[in-house]
Design a protein around this ligand. Structure first.
Ligand code: LLP
Length: 446
């Protein structure tokens, strides 16, 4: 579900034409739909309501502060993994107890900031929970908490050895990855640190992967950690929080992902009696909320034919959206202005319509990895026309780069009927602004 629809052959977002957005803000531009973000949050929240979960949106998927604010206002907490994301969370005005902090390499500075609220608002509240990934990390976080005299809550990230996720790079819950600790070691750590004064380890966290298109791996992972939790309870080791992570899929092709209800139907029965007895549940979705709430708007610079292929060359490629190059990911791409017979009914890699031509959709960068789609059938398009790359709201802008010294795209949030610029396009001065001494462009005088 999303609010990007074709009306009379023109793509619009909540009724605002993408052509108008391109005219006002230029391209490449990420365009987000506020209503879609809110609706995804509401649907997930309704599906899991029996568990009364804290839903912490995963900042890494779409970190713009204005997007975070939309979700925080809807009731979300935030899942952060760095000092930079913590800063964004604080700027989004999320109550500190609704922040969870994950990541395998937390530095002392990060832990300190999380405990002292060194954010720009000077909020002195410590964050809600650290998700701890190893014994040395537990020791380090505990030491800072003790030194500051600020107790904090912690969960142990457990690696249940379940392989799930859309690509090897985003499968995190099996024994060959750097994430979490295995079930055996987890028991030892939870026993050892469960009753510590400054950092009681009373939670369990799992995040088994991303783009998981079935509830089954969740059931498997949750079942195995619940068995561990029960075993520990019998020894007097109490676990009061279970964070089941994120990973829920998005509709890159129409109908790809289970609905929130379908995930919940499998997961809720495993947990609801425990919630009734006081277990607190956290969920950390990123993609499910943000992916189809955003499109990348591009302008066609040239259409080029060589002996074998037709290339649609756009004003951005892997620099703006690296997912096709990095994970061989599919994103539906379509012109924003089409004749009525080319209005897409489904987002698919093999649209069945007359008058389409196969082509590669590529960017302007100097490597062959700079593509957005290979051998894709599209209506005939011309230089200067606009394309939308769909389902690009998650891990799009957040993974964009300045490769080949292209400035970062702009970001626009459509709020009701109003498109708001939420990140200005970078300019040439921005590109060199961190290079300590910018040399003069005149020759040195002799
Ligand atoms: N929680 C933790 C601890 C995570 O590491 C992640 C994502 C999430 C939650 C949110 O996962 P989601 O619900 O969005 O699947 N760049 C890749 C995705 C990497 C995901 C990293 N961790 C991509 O473009 O597919």
């Amino acid at each position: 579900m999303d609010h990007f629809t074709y009306i009379d052959g023109e793509l619009s977002c909540q009724g605002v034409r993408l052509s108008e957005i391109a005219q006002e803000f230029g391209t490449p531009t990420y365009v987000y739909s506020r209503s879609t973000l809110e609706e995804h949050y509401r649907r997930l929240s309704a599906a899991f309501s029996e568990l009364k979960p804290l839903i912490c949106f995963s900042v890494k998927s779409c970190p713009n502060i204005h997007v975070l604010r939309v979700l925080v206002e809807a009731g979300a907490g935030l899942d952060v993994v760095s000092l930079g994301e913590l800063q964004r969370a604080r700027l989004a005005n999320v109550p500190a107890e609704r922040i969870v902090f994950a990541g395998v390499g937390k530095s002392e500075a990060e832990v300190r900031a999380a405990l002292t609220g060194a954010g720009p608002d000077g909020n002195p509240e410590p964050i809600g929970m650290f998700n701890i990934e190893s014994e040395p990390e537990y020791e380090a976080v505990g030491m800072v908490a003790r030194a500051l005299g600020r107790p904090a809550r912690a969960a142990l990230r457990v690696n249940p050895n379940v392989k799930a996720g859309g690509h090897d790079y985003i499968a995190t819950g099996y024994d060959q990855t750097k994430f979490g600790v295995d079930l055996l070691h987890a028991r030892t750590l939870l026993r050892k640190f469960n009753k510590e004064k400054f950092l009681p380890l009373t939670g369990v966290h799992i995040h088994i992967g991303s783009s998981i298109l079935s509830p089954t791996p969740y059931v498997e992972a949750i079942t195995s950690v619940l068995a561990m939790i029960d075993e520990l309870a019998a020894e007097g080791v109490t676990i009061d929080t279970l964070d089941i992570g994120g990973g829920f899929g998005a509709d890159y092709h129409t109908g790809d992902a289970p609905t929130p209800d379908e995930y919940a139907r499998a997961i809720v029965p495993l947990l609801k009696d425990r919630v009734a007895k006081g277990l607190r549940i956290i969920i950390e979705p990123g993609r499910m909320i943000a992916a189809s709430a955003g499109v990348l708007l591009l302008r066609i610079v040239y259409v080029k034919h060589n002996a074998q292929k037709k290339f649609i060359i756009c004003d951005a490629g892997m620099n703006a959206l690296i997912r096709p190059a990095l994970y061989d990911a599919f994103h539906f791409i379509w012109p924003i202005s089409v004749s009525p017979m080319h209005e897409p009914v489904r987002r698919t890699d093999s649209p069945d319509m007359p008058g389409l031509e196969p082509c590669d959709v590529v960017g302007p960068l100097c490597e062959s990895g700079d593509f957005l789609a290979h051998d894709r059938k599209l209506p005939v398009v011309a230089r200067g026309e606009l394309l939308a790359v769909f389902t690009a709201g998650a891990y799009g802008m957040s993974m964009a780069s300045r490769y080949n010294s292209h400035p970062m795209p702009a970001e626009v949030l459509v709020d009701g009927l109003k498109p708001r610029l939420i990140r200005r396009r970078e300019n040439l001065a921005d590109l060199v602004s961190h290079e300590v001494e910018v040399p003069s462009n005149r020759r040195a005088e002799r």
